[in-house]
Design a protein around this ligand. Structure first.
Ligand SMILES: Cc1cc2nc3c(=O)[nH]c(=O)nc-3n(C[C@H](O)[C@H](O)[C@H](O)COP(=O)(O)OP(=O)(O)OC[C@H]3O[C@@H](n4cnc5c(N)ncnc54)[C@H](O)[C@@H]3O)c2cc1C
Length: 412
């Protein structure tokens, strides 16, 4: 009999899981809490070769994936390039990936407005309850419900996000809004600026509706900044005095918090990136957290993507990791035939070490940004560290080094 997966979470990881499981002969339905098609999350996403392979394998393809850049540069305050590294990459956007993976879901298999509120499982399968009263039964539940996963919270409530000691301000600006000098300095490059307690990164991404034409693209701007917990509580408090746990919805960030950010930038930021910030119409911040689940398989339930592990954005691997979790799950389940439990165990064995590595690498790359790190680099970010950040930010080489090591250990 055809087996059925209930996939909860209709973002990147859930879409890949459903598409790849179907290719292995499973039936898969995706249930998403939000009641309208997901779009407009706007974030720039760095792609990696593994993601391109999975896009092809899932049927989503890589057509017009994003903007090709070939170089990374590090600015000083005046905007002089003080370091340069050749590093070809395709920079895409969350919207584009969502769109590619969404359109391969067959009619009637993607269900909006389904908020999981509970589940039961036994040796034969799962029953999943949604807020609207619907109950769906299947052979496996794939929890792709993100960083705040309800499934994970029910299974392992002790696993909670750990604040990393800094926040990220994010925005996307229109290419056409950049003045010619700024455009020449920053566009078609992956640009960095480093100061004690600060990291500013910018790169081009596709424009609205995935427009890749020069002049129609956008520029992704991010600024990591050390913020102690007391100040964070204030930043997470809206104008009515309500403090939001974990993160604050962008429209509720107080104007004085945004103004302080802009004022601070004037005091130190590299001129080309400051000029980008001047064109920013709305910026929002997210506190940076680490999150690692002790397990990814719980009987007939798989946790994948951000629901299982969240590495800090420096690793630039969230989407690739979610897609690779989905692929490993589909492969393991297919290889285990009727033994779904065995397939889930094999999936966990393969992917949990990767999740741990991604979280550890994110910590390593961001260590200079927490209060202790900022104090330790009070006299400036030394050249060795600058080189390391240019080489290892949003790079997946550390995962391949692991594979090579493992193969050596196995005598391959
Ligand atoms: C600043 C920043 C920069 C980033 N840069 C990169 C980058 O360069 N490269 C990269 O690969 N990644 C990057 N990421 C990470 C990337 O965006 C995430 O890793 C990725 O979106 C995770 O996908 P996901 O499907 O696992 O979870 P999510 O995208 O969080 O999706 C979870 C989905 O589940 C739904 N859901 C939640 N609860 C329920 C429920 N109870 N019932 C039904 N549905 C539910 C949600 O509505 C949501 O649609 C970045 C993240 C940040 C914050």
């Amino acid at each position: 009999m055809i087996k059925r997966a209930i996939v909860v979470g209709g973002s990147i990881s859930g879409l890949f899981a459903a598409a790849l499981l179907r290719r292995k002969g499973w039936q898969a339905d995706v249930f998403e809490r939000v009641d309208v098609e997901l779009k407009g999350r706007g974030a720039g996403i760095v792609s990696h070769p593994e993601l391109l392979d999975i896009l092809d394998e899932s049927g989503a393809g890589t057509t017009d994936l994003g903007v090709h850049v070939s170089d990374r540069v590090l600015f000083d305050r005046e905007g002089n390039v003080i370091k340069h590294r050749h590093f070809p990459q395709i920079l895409t956007s969350w919207d584009r990936l969502q769109n590619l993976a969404r359109r391969v879901q067959p009619e009637g298999t993607y269900h909006l407005n389904h908020n999981l509120v509970g589940f039961e499982q036994d040796a034969n399968g799962v029953a999943v309850r949604f807020e609207n009263g619907r109950i769906e039964k299947g052979d496996m539940l794939v929890a792709a419900d993100g960083f705040r996963s309800i499934v994970r919270n029910i299974l392992v409530p002790q696993v909670q996000p750990l604040y990393a000691g800094y926040v990220i301000w994010r925005s996307v600006v229109e290419e056409a809004d950049l003045d010619p000098a700024t455009h020449a300095a920053v566009f078609e490059k992956f640009a960095f600026f480093l100061e004690p307690g600060h990291e500013v990164v910018g790169y081009p991404i596709a424009g609205q509706n995935n427009d890749l034409r020069p002049g129609k693209r956008r520029y992704n701007f991010v600024w990591y900044r050390t913020i102690n917990e007391k100040r964070l509580e204030d930043m997470l408090t809206d104008a009515t005095g309500r403090m939001h746990a974990i993160s604050i919805p962008p429209p509720l960030v107080r104007p004085d918090v945004v103004q302080e950010m802009r004022n601070k930038a004037e005091t130190f930021m590299a001129k080309p990136l400051l000029s980008v910030l001047h064109t920013v119409k709305s910026a929002f911040f997210t506190p940076i957290y680490d999150l690692a689940s002790p397990s990814m398989a719980f009987g007939r339930i798989a946790l994948i993507g951000d629901a299982a592990f969240v590495g800090r954005p420096h690793v630039g691997l969230g989407v690739t990791k979610g897609a690779a979790d989905a692929k490993a799950l589909a492969d393991a389940i297919a290889s285990s035939g009727d033994d779904v439990d065995g397939g889930l165990r094999a999936f966990e064995e393969k992917r949990r070490p990767i999740g741990d590595l991604v979280v550890a690498k994110g910590r390593e790359l961001g260590a200079f940004l927490d209060e202790k790190g900022a104090r330790g680099h009070a006299n400036g970010i030394d050249e060795h560290h600058q080189d390391e950040l240019l080489r290892e930010t949003a790079a997946d080489s550390f995962l391949h080094q692991r594979t090579a090591r493992e193969e050596a250990q196995d005598g391959v």
